[in-house]
Design a protein around this ligand. Structure first.
Ligand code: HEC
Length: 114
């Protein structure tokens, strides 16, 4: 028993570190986000900017810049289905989804990757 208690603080530190790095890696983003508007600029700011940056340039090593080879269809699929660390946005659909995907494609959000 003495051995166990001796290691307890280390176990706690380890668990905390593992937990917070998991959060940083997978955390953030909310697939339950419900757009209150059809304005794609507003939706992008509210739902996407957190991970993809102001104009799709990405955030450090965790969040890559958008791939310039993606077209509107690809962007739509990505939003609808997610992509392992990216949540699927089930409430962005129909018109709103189409407009947002076009906005992301048209504004050169996909042109950052060389
Ligand atoms: C929680 C962070 C997060 C949020 C919020 C998020 N994404 Fe993503 N997205 C990612 C990650 C991470 C990837 C890369 C795939 C991976 O590693 O899981 C990605 C990939 C993509 C891709 C494919 C890019 C490529 O080049 O392959 C598109 C397009 C995209 N996201 C669009 C969006 C849009 C539009 C929104 C807002 C509705 C959004 N994302 C919200 C994290 C996020």
């Amino acid at each position: 028993m003495r051995k166990l208690t001796k290691w307890l603080p280390f176990a706690v530190i380890l668990a905390t570190a593992a937990g917070s790095s998991l959060y940083l890696f997978f955390g953030g983003g909310n697939g339950y986000y419900r757009p209150q508007t059809k304005d794609p600029a507003v939706i992008y700011r509210q739902a996407c900017m957190e991970c993809h940056g102001r104009s799709g340039e990405g955030k450090g090593v965790l969040y890559p810049a958008f791939d310039k080879y993606m077209d509107e269809e690809d962007v739509q699929r990505e939003i609808r289905e997610g992509n392992w660390r990216m949540p699927a946005f089930r409430y962005i659909r129909g018109d709103t989804l189409a407009i947002l995907a076009r906005y992301v494609a048209d504004h050169g959000y996909l042109k950052h990757k060389k």
